[in-house]
Design a protein around this ligand. Structure first.
Ligand SMILES: *[C@@H]1O[C@H](CO)[C@@H](O)[C@H](O)[C@H]1NC(C)=O
Ligand SMILES: *[C@@H]1O[C@H](CO)[C@@H](O)[C@H](O)[C@H]1NC(C)=O
Ligand SMILES: *[C@@H]1O[C@H](CO)[C@@H](O)[C@H](O)[C@H]1NC(C)=O
Length: 349
């Protein structure tokens, strides 16, 4: 076990050294595109090793979708990076599903069922086989937010397993373990927790500030992460909300949340992935490229360019290449991020 972990880290380090600066930047970006057919430029960028993965939305899932996945994997087979692509979507359950099929129940329904742990475990297993049948390997779920009020931001679309840490912990860990055992990596979101957001506090559209104390965040919102991390959770998506009792930065741009709290206090060693970089909550942090550099410098591993435009991803890779070249981004910290992403991608080989 220790030997194989060491070996994997050495291989990751060797690979990171072999990559060009642009490919190291590309390792850290997830692209998206409009409509049913991926643009040739995206396939070319995949072959050039400038794409770590792709996020899919409903508009991308046409009748020919398996052929799209084949095209991407064929393009990726030509890449000098030599690692499987991260192929992901938001398949939470209930109303938040980009793919037809499992999980059909919402997180809330799982939490309200007579045996929440077993129901969530079955949902995780079924979700994994559904996603694998569409050629995907990463789910941007489950939501580990502990909702506060009926009809609030997380409860309105039934995205939260429940209103207590214990219930969210039981369901979340069961879902994660089962889905990952089924071969699809899980992403717990939105760290350290968006459960206190009111109905209109939507980080996709507007800046959101939450007034929770650090002690409430740790004793309520962060609790489900402890078991999830112990059980091998592979990815965490930090929230774009500001937690004003701690600092003035959205969690996903904040060294405190990304380094001190998530990796330091909670001991997370997996991959962090941003929420949509074009989100309205980041309006005061510049262009998508500028936001990405701030996020990466704060400790974010993967940047999610979810704006349905392949050139959005490419623009971010170019900006990160420049920032790595001129020292704006710390090379050893970037190599550590690339090593974590390499291990994740290698796990799907
Ligand atoms: C990557 O995509 C861009 C368009 O976004 C295109 O101009 C460029 O030629 C592509 N580069 C490579 C190396 O494939
Ligand atoms: C959770 O919701 C239930 C009703 O669904 C309510 O009885 C209970 O007081 C709530 N618990 C908390 C901690 O808010
Ligand atoms: C880069 O980050 C490492 C690890 O955090 C740190 O030890 C080093 O001093 C940093 N280098 C620069 C040039 O800031």
């Amino acid at each position: 076990m220790i030997l194989s972990t060491t070996l994997a880290l050495c291989l990751s380090a060797a690979l990171a050294n072999a990559l060009t600066t642009a490919q190291k930047a590309g390792m850290r970006v997830i692209y998206s595109y409009p409509g049913a057919a991926p643009p040739q430029s995206l396939l070319d960028n995949i072959s050039a090793g400038l794409v770590s993965g792709v996020i899919f939305f409903k508009e991308n899932i046409g009748t020919d979708f398996l052929n799209v996945i084949s095209q991407m994997n064929a393009a990726n087979a030509k890449s000098p990076v030599g690692l499987p692509l991260l192929l992901m979507t938001d398949q939470e359950g209930g109303q938040v599903r980009r793919l037809p099929g499992e999980p059909v129940l919402s997180a809330k329904q799982m939490g309200l069922s007579s045996n929440p742990g077993a129901t969530s475990s079955t949902a995780g297993t079924d979700c994994a086989s559904n996603m694998l049948s569409f050629g995907m390997n990463v789910n941007l779920a489950p939501v580990l937010d502990v909702y506060r009020q009926p009809g609030d931001f997380e409860d309105f679309f039934q995205r939260s397993f429940g209103n207590t840490s214990t219930l969210v912990d039981t369901c979340g860990t069961a879902f994660i373990k089962a889905q990952q055992a089924g071969g699809v990596a899980a992403t717990a979101k939105h760290f350290p927790g968006l459960g206190a957001a009111t109905h209109d506090q939507n980080t996709d559209s507007t800046p959101v500030t939450l007034g929770l104390t650090l002690s409430i965040i740790r004793s309520v919102d962060e609790v489900p992460y402890i078991n999830a991390i112990k059980n091998g959770l592979k990815l965490v998506m930090p929230s774009w909300a500001v937690y004003k009792s701690v600092d003035t930065l959205p969690a996903g741009l904040s060294p405190f949340w990304l380094k001190t709290e998530l990796r330091g206090r909670l001991g997370f060693t997996g991959v962090t992935i941003s929420d949509a970089i074009e989100a309205g909550s980041l309006v005061s942090f510049g262009t998508d490229a500028q936001r990405s550099i701030i996020a990466a410098a704060a400790g974010m591993d993967l940047i999610l360019a979810a704006g349905r435009s392949a050139s959005q991803g490419r623009t971010i890779v170019d900006a990160m290449t420049t920032a790595l070249g001129d020292g704006t981004l710390n090379a050893s910290e970037s190599d550590a991020a690339v090593a974590r992403i390499t291990s994740l991608r290698q796990s799907f080989a």
